[in-house]
Design a protein around this ligand. Structure first.
Ligand code: MG
Length: 341
């Protein structure tokens, strides 16, 4: 199995503000695995706050290259992916890129899309939310107009109570579309967080993602028992091993390929979360249609999707899953269903 990789910078259509930062681009890596004339595509998207970079991913791929070159049977993902995971701690986006490329390669060899291999009904792919970062009222109104086809809007909050209320009031002046809120750990005090959630509940909000810092799991559990809205773990839930702990403080989890090392682990997290009675959201970073289409293969299994990463960028270099009338449409192509434009 030959491995190729190259850096790629995702250019955002709008500057993207969350509780702790604002940015205009996202560093990424595009990878290809190649054997028997079949090429599998993968991608690592690495927002700066997640401690990975094009340099760390390049170093990681250089370590993974001999392992893939020596791989006798690329279908044995339960052998290959744990070996890749064990090469170094962290590097979850780089690991996800390899996981996605290997899945794409296997699907193409089978001649089947992964949602079919997993036995899923593509008609059950959910609607996806469209994310609006923290911004001025003028820009927020402009983004809402762009988001007209979406059935759910995801709003980033968590900078201050005044700014949070202004964001929601601005959106409610122009649309009644249901909102999901992502506080990105921005609410540090549980009483204040509860007051904010009680203010949000009658304003058409569906759930709250990561209200409090990931270290404050006890406060989050307190909040969950009083909250009129479901609480969904994001920063608190990175990998499979986190799911059980999150069941003690949240109503559900947000799974992202770039956090959890890819499709294999994401699928296991979904099965475990269901067994624990948790709600499941499938999220993304800003990504091309490569990683988005990979995640979309799992989307018929989840309650909510937030897979708008590719529509937030100007330079999507893949064709794959699309969004039609706000709903995810899975292409009937093998593997993760993408081709390079
Ligand atoms: Mg989030």
């Amino acid at each position: 199995m030959h491995l190729r990789f190259a850096p790629y910078t995702l250019e955002l259509k709008h500057a993207f503000g969350i509780a702790a930062s604002t940015r205009t681009s996202t560093p990424a890596m595009l990878v290809e695995v190649d054997r028997d004339g079949v090429v599998g595509h993968g991608e690592a998207a690495m927002p700066p706050y997640l401690d990975e970079s094009q340099a760390t991913a390049t170093a990681f791929f250089a370590r993974a290259r001999p392992l893939l070159a020596a791989c006798v049977d690329p279908f044995q993902l339960e052998e290959i992916l744990p070996a890749i995971d064990a090469l170094a701690p962290g590097n979850t986006a780089a690991k996800a890129a390899l996981d996605i490329a290997l899945h794409d390669w296997i699907g193409k060899k089978f001649g089947a899309p992964w949602h079919r291999i997993w036995g899923l009904d593509p008609q059950k792919a959910p609607v996806t939310s469209f994310t609006i970062g923290i911004d001025t009222p003028e820009i927020v109104r402009e983004k809402i107009r762009e988001a007209a086809i979406y059935k759910i809007i995801k709003v980033k909050l968590g900078r201050s109570p005044e700014s949070d209320r202004e964001m929601i009031d601005t959106i409610r002046e122009v649309t009644a579309t249901p909102i999901t809120v992502d506080a990105n750990q921005g609410w540090k005090n549980r009483d204040d967080a509860l007051r904010m959630i009680e203010w949000l509940a009658p304003r058409g909000v569906v759930f709250i993602e990561q209200p409090m810092p990931k270290e404050q799991l006890g406060d989050t559990a307190w909040l969950r028992d009083k909250s009129p809205l479901p609480l969904i773990a994001d920063e608190s839930c990175q990998r499979l091993a986190d799911v059980v702990r999150c069941a003690e403080a949240f109503h559900g989890i947000n799974i992202k390929l770039m956090k959890c090392t890819g499709l294999r682990e994401a699928h296991k997290m979904i099965l475990l979360a269901r067994a624990l009675g948790l709600k499941i959201m499938l999220g993304c970073m800003t990504e091309t249609s490569c990683a988005i289409s990979a995640a979309a293969q799992l989307s018929p299994l989840v309650d909510w999707a937030d897979l708008d990463g590719a529509v937030l960028i100007k330079n999507d270099c893949f064709d794959g899953a699309t969004i039609v009338d706000g709903k995810i449409k899975l292409p009937d192509r093998p593997g993760i269903g993408v081709f390079k434009k």
